[in-house]
Design a protein around this ligand. Structure first.
Ligand SMILES: [Zn+2]
Length: 165
């Protein structure tokens, strides 16, 4: 994601102000107008909470976050938001195509800000999801799909662990 030009706080209208608690340098450097444009583009009303969470998600390049991780980041940034709201917002963003859901196992779902086709390494000991740069490297032969269906997406998660000595 290319960083947009800096937006001065003084140029913002009151409705666009970042949440309280964000450091001044964060406010100056954040692509606040971009998050708003992003939300408008997918027809989501840019509420304060969506704006704040969108800013956390999209202002730092490609990221893989669980709801809990984003909730903790929001807490650290003093954004008043509940875990339930974080969940709801992540699912709204996913439905709108802004995020991609990657389920690593039944209970662990990561939200990926990179919605392009790609696969992942999962480093089990660190609970860390990492992009695999070359998408072609993974899928050699796809199965025949039932009539009337097409493949919508192929998700590959390659699990890694440290080599045993
Ligand atoms: Zn990814």
């Amino acid at each position: 994601m290319e960083l947009p030009p800096r937006v001065k706080v003084s140029e913002m209208s009151p409705g666009e102000a970042p949440p309280h608690g964000l450091a001044a340098d964060q406010r100056n450097g954040c692509p606040w107008h971009d998050v708003q444009a992003l939300l408008r583009e997918v027809k989501l009303r840019p509420t304060r909470q969506r704006m704040a969470l969108g800013w956390l998600l999209f202002a730092k390049g490609d990221r893989h976050l669980t709801a809990e991780m984003l909730y903790e980041e929001a807490n650290r940034a003093k954004i008043p938001v509940s875990l339930a709201t974080v969940y709801n917002t992540l699912h709204q963003f996913t439905d709108a195509g802004l995020l991609r859901e990657v389920t690593v196992n039944g209970s662990k779902t990561y939200f990926d800000t990179n919605v392009s086709d790609h696969h992942h390494f999962f480093i089990e000991s660190e609970h860390n999801l990492v992009d695999i740069p070359d998408a072609d490297a993974i899928v050699g032969r796809l199965p025949q799909v039932p009539e009337g269906y097409e493949i919508s997406r192929v998700d590959v998660v390659v699990r890694l662990r440290p080599k045993k000595r």
